[in-house]
Design a binder for this molecule. Structure first.
Ligand code: SAM
Length: 264
């Protein structure tokens, strides 16, 4: 029997934001593997299947088990939140297979099912913060040395990128976001808009709009499912929204009802 491994992105946490492809892959699978919180997100789709739930820090075991199960002939869905190719399990699966001299053409079949990442889902909740160039940074220094992350923060801050921050802090890991705020303040106005989105599209969803100068007050309130979006020099707030202008206003009069004229 030929097995298959799907690496499935289930989106931010609500089925409305899961793709048809993700649902189909899960339905086709007889075996589901994942971090228990992500498995819980698809609980209603996995009745009667073999389910392997893992604690958070067991990624290597999870990857190896999926590969073994698929090699034994199982149709396996490894579920990941958001998109599995963005700080997800896709990388570790391919790295592990590459170590085993895997041949993508004749060996185990692997298919990535893309998902809506936290950056898309969080952006949609607070307006249009990602209309121009943006950088995504993770504050987790578990696998990447902190000095390298600091370099990337500096570069993104200097380059005036809108910045999306994944894994901003945990109970034990808070200095990273505090250091990042200090670096950002070297290059950006204290009034630079910031949005903190916690649990996007989950029952626990909450949103805070603040700015760089006040961000420090929220550093200890961030959690494992918080994403922080930092505006660039042209980002502004309008009511409860964060707007990153694309540049149309410098060329067009946006107040005209029909046929907006080019400004001369
Ligand atoms: C290891 S990364 C996984 C990212 C995931 N693969 C994705 O594409 O969204 C975990 C981080 O994603 C962000 N995240 C995931 N789900 C989220 C949600 N529902 N709301 C806000 N942020 C979320 C948080 O920053 C969290 O610390």
């Amino acid at each position: 029997m030929v097995g298959k491994l799907f690496i499935v992105g289930v989106g931010p946490g609500h089925h409305d934001h899961m793709t048809f492809g993700a649902k189909k892959a899960i339905e086709e699978s007889d075996t589901i593997v994942g971090y228990e919180t992500y498995v819980n997100l698809v609980q209603d789709l996995i009745d009667g299947k073999n389910v392997y739930r893992y604690a958070m820090t067991q990624e290597v075991e999870r990857a190896q088990q999926c590969i073994e199960l698929a090699k034994e002939g199982k149709i396996v869905s490894l579920v990941s939140s958001g998109d599995p190719g963005i700080y997800g399990m896709a990388g570790l699966i391919y790295e592990t297979l590459a170590e085993q001299d895997w041949d993508p053409k004749s060996g185990l079949q692997v298919e990535i099912i893309p998902g809506v990442s936290a950056l898309n889902s969080c952006a949609s909740i607070i307006g249009s913060p990602l209309m121009t160039d943006f950088a995504v940074l993770s504050m987790s220094d578990l696998l990447v040395p902190w000095e390298i992350i600091v370099k990337r923060v500096e570069a993104a801050a200097q380059g005036d990128f809108v910045i999306v921050i994944y894994n901003p802090a945990s109970k034990k890991r808070i200095h990273q976001i505090q250091d990042t705020i200090k670096i950002l303040l070297k290059y950006r106005k204290p009034s630079t808009p910031i949005a903190i989105i916690k649990g996007a599209y989950r029952e626990s969803q909450s949103v805070v709009l603040t700015d760089l100068e006040n961000m420090e007050n929220y550093a200890d309130k961030l959690g494992m499912i918080s994403t922080v979006i930092v505006g660039n020099s042209s980002t502004y707030n309008y009511k409860d929204l964060m707007i990153n202008p694309r540049g149309y206003k410098s060329k067009y009069n946006l107040q005209e009802q029909t046929n907006p004229k080019l400004k001369v």
